[in-house]
Design a protein around this ligand. Structure first.
Ligand code: PLP
Length: 406
């Protein structure tokens, strides 16, 4: 998934231009890109232009007038993850995309969902809900001693259980771990198992290639490392899944035609998973965000953002009373740590007071991972390519000062 770094390093001039394009960097040290990235100016402009047009000529009429640009959303997202535009369904959040995908799987009592100990909280809750309603069994593959899923053990569980679904989160919300989703995918393809990937934290941070991953379904938001607007996400649906006739449980008048009084016909493309109503301004913002990320270059981003995070981890590891929590053979741009002598909210408030944006994670976000690490909460810092080394050092110094002041 990593870029080779040979032609991709961002020059100082490009970095300055990218920061000039990002109004928010003048106000805050934004290390909460894993929550929501700072939108670049073209994303903001695309959305404001459309909202103005809606006010001037009417919402439906504005969508019709911008039909080409709306199609651009599908083209841009498809180019970003290497699929066709017909494989992309817009969704209002990653979770909405995920549960819509789950609703398409005709689970039977005793079916197995095979997942990891680091899959996202809402996905884990959804699996437990499937267990409660349908008697599905949820099996978690073990981790390696270094952290991250043990792919060989997971493959053995695939052969043992023949799961109805294999699910993996590429980068969890609660640590910088990058899971080997393509290795898992190779086993799924070999065994012809349905494979769902949550790429919420990796989209816009790493190049994503659905063919290389070998997934059938992939979900993401557009608001995090992709730097699109809130309230947006998408579901990728592979051709083989569309051809096999998977459709969401509740399919609306956009996803299906009501062809006779007692019959509906799902549409051919991933639009089958969409609703009729769209936030068009946000959709156009996403198209712009995808275009922007591709113009910066995903290899360059994948070189820079995790490198800034690594620099931060190195500095934090030197601070007495701080325990860096990220484990795994590959780590991305999410840095998590525990700090002695502080409660969660006051610590975050102290960072806020320094205009450093961060996020808290609690035990209930990651029952397995935080149980293993024996922490009840941590602070998450997530730099992006438009952040600077100076900002990293400023953030590390702020944590060191707060650690001393406890
Ligand atoms: C790994 C991961 N998956 C899914 C989600 C959920 O995204 P959304 O809030 O768009 O539903 C998040 C959000 O933090 C996440 O980190």
């Amino acid at each position: 998934m990593r870029g080779n770094g040979s032609t991709s390093v961002l020059s100082r001039e490009s970095l300055l231009a990218l920061r000039a394009d990002t109004p928010g960097v003048a106000n805050v040290v934004h290390f909460n890109n894993a929550g929501c990235g700072l939108a670049p100016a073209p994303v903001l402009t695309a959305m404001l232009d459309h909202l103005r047009l809606e006010a001037q000529i009417g919402g439906y009429e504005a969508a019709a007038a911008r039909a080409d640009q709306v199609r651009g959303f599908y083209d841009e997202l498809a180019a970003l993850i290497n699929c066709g535009p017909g494989n992309i369904a817009f969704a209002s959040s990653a979770t909405h995309a995920y549960t819509t995908a789950l609703s398409a799987i005709p689970f039977q009592r005793g079916d197995v969902v095979l997942t990891t100990r680091n899959d996202f909280i809402s996905n884990q809750i959804a699996f437990l809900s499937l267990r409660k309603r349908f008697g599905v069994r949820v099996v978690h593959a073990p981790d390696t001693p270094e952290g991250g899923v043990d792919v060989d053990a997971m493959a053995a569980l695939m052969r043992e259980h023949r799961p109805r679904l294999v699910a993996a989160t590429h980068i969890p919300t609660n640590s910088g771990l990058v899971q080997p989703v393509a290795e898992i995918g190779r086993h799924c393809r070999e065994l012809d198992l349905l494979y769902l990937v949550d790429a919420c934290q990796s989209l816009g941070q790493y190049p994503i290639d659905v063919d290389e991953i070998g997934c059938d379904l992939l979900t993401s938001t557009c608001r995090k490392f992709l730097r699109g607007p809130r309230g947006t996400g998408f579901l990728y649906v592979a051709d083989r899944v569309l051809r096999a006739g998977y459709e969401p449980l509740f399919i609306d008048m956009y996803g299906a035609r009501w062809v006779a009084q007692d019959r509906y016909q799902p549409v051919e493309t991933a639009a089958r998973f969409e609703d009729w109503e769209f936030p068009y301004a946000a959709l156009l913002g996403c198209a712009e965000a995808a275009r922007y990320a591709r113009s910066v270059g995903l290899d360059a981003i994948a070189d820079r953002a995790p490198a800034l995070a690594a620099r931060l981890r190195r500095s934090l590891a030197e601070v007495p009373g701080v325990r860096v929590l990220d484990r795994g053979t590959e780590l991305g741009a999410l840095v998590t740590f525990a700090i002695d002598g502080w409660e969660a909210q006051p610590f975050k408030a102290a960072m806020d007071a320094r205009k450093i944006n961060s996020a808290l994670s609690f035990r209930e976000f990651a029952q397995y991972d935080f149980g293993d690490k024996d922490v009840d909460w941590c602070l998450r810092l997530s730099p992006h390519y438009y952040n600077t080394e100076d900002e990293v050092d400023e953030v590390a110094a702020a944590v060191a000062e707060l650690s001393k002041a406890r």
